[in-house]
Design a protein around this ligand. Structure first.
Ligand code: GAR
Length: 218
C-alpha cells in the first residue's frame, strides 16, 4: 500500500471537523493520516479529541507573538519538524500571512460554512437566512492569501427551510461538513483533485458525484 499522506490539522475550537477527519483516518485504507494537531487556543475541546485518538498535539498561542508573520513562522517550524506534508484548516480562526500560505501552496485546504463564493467571512448562516437563499452549505477549497478564496475541491448543499434560525441551519450545514471534509481530503491525498489555475480539475476516473454532497432537510 502507498504511504499515507502526513496531515497536520490546525484548529481553534471544538474540533468537530477534526473528529470527522480522525474518524476517516482511523481506517488504515484511508490515504491520509493525521500526524499532528496544532491549536492556537490552549485547552480547546479539539485538543482533547486528538489526544483521545492518540494523535500528538501542539499549542502555539498567537498572543505570544508580536506579529502574524512571527506566529505563522512558529507554526511552520512545528509542522515541518513533525514531517507534515499537507495542512487541513478545521475551524482555525486566524488569518494566515501571505508567506505562510505561499509556503504551503497547493498543500493546504480549508472548510468554510457556505457555498463559496457566497458568504465569505463570519456569520454565514445568519447572512444566508437574511439573504433569503434557498440553498446553503459548505465548501472545501485550497487556501490562497485571500480570505475564504481559492480553488474549490468539493461542496455540499443543504436546503434553507422557512422555519430555520441560524442555529438550526448551522447544525444542518455542520452535518454536511463532516461528510464533505473526509471526502475532499481523500481526493487530494489520492492525487485525484489537482489545482489548475483558479480551479480544481479531477482525474478522468473521478466521478463528479464525489465532489458534491446533497443533504436533505431533517
Ligand atoms: C465549522 O463550521 C467550519 O466550517 C468553520 O468553523 C466551524 C468549526 O467547527 N470555519 C470557518 O468559519 C472558517 N472560515 P469545528 O471546530 O467543530 O470543526
Amino acid at each position: 500500500m502507498a504511504a499515507r499522506l502526513k496531515v497536520g490539522v490546525l484548529i481553534s475550537g471544538r474540533g468537530s471537523n477534526l473528529q470527522a477527519l480522525l474518524d476517516a483516518c482511523a481506517d488504515p485504507a484511508f490515504p491520509a493520516e493525521i500526524a499532528l494537531v496544532l491549536s492556537n487556543v490552549a485547552g480547546c475541546y479539539g485538543l482533547e479529541r486528538a489526544e483521545r485518538a492518540g494523535v500528538p498535539t501542539h499549542v502555539i498561542s498567537h498572543r505570544d507573538y508580536a506579529s502574524r508573520e512571527d506566529f505563522d513562522a512558529a507554526m511552520d517550524k512545528v509542522l515541518r519538524g513533525a514531517g507534515i506534508e499537507f495542512v487541513c484548516l478545521a475551524g482555525f480562526m486566524r488569518l494566515l500571512s501571505a508567506g505562510f500560505v505561499e509556503s504551503w501552496r497547493n498543500r493546504m485546504i480549508n472548510i468554510h460554512p457556505s457555498l463559496l463564493p457566497s458568504f465569505k467571512g463570519l456569520h454565514t448562516h445568519e447572512r444566508a437566512i437574511e439573504a433569503g437563499v434557498r440553498f446553503h452549505g459548505c465548501t472545501v477549497h485550497f487556501v490562497t492569501p485571500d480570505l475564504d478564496d481559492g480553488p474549490i475541491i468539493a461542496q455540499a448543499a443543504v436546503p434553507v427551510l422557512p422555519t430555520d434560525d441560524p442555529d438550526a441551519l448551522a447544525a444542518r450545514v455542520l452535518e454536511s461538513e463532516h461528510r464533505l471534509y473526509p471526502l475532499a481530503l481523500r481526493l487530494v491525498a489520492e492525487n485525484k483533485a489537482r489545482v489548475s489555475g483558479s480551479r480544481v480539475v479531477l482525474t478522468e476516473d473521478t466521478p463528479s458525484a464525489s465532489v458534491s454532497v446533497l443533504n436533505p432537510a431533517d
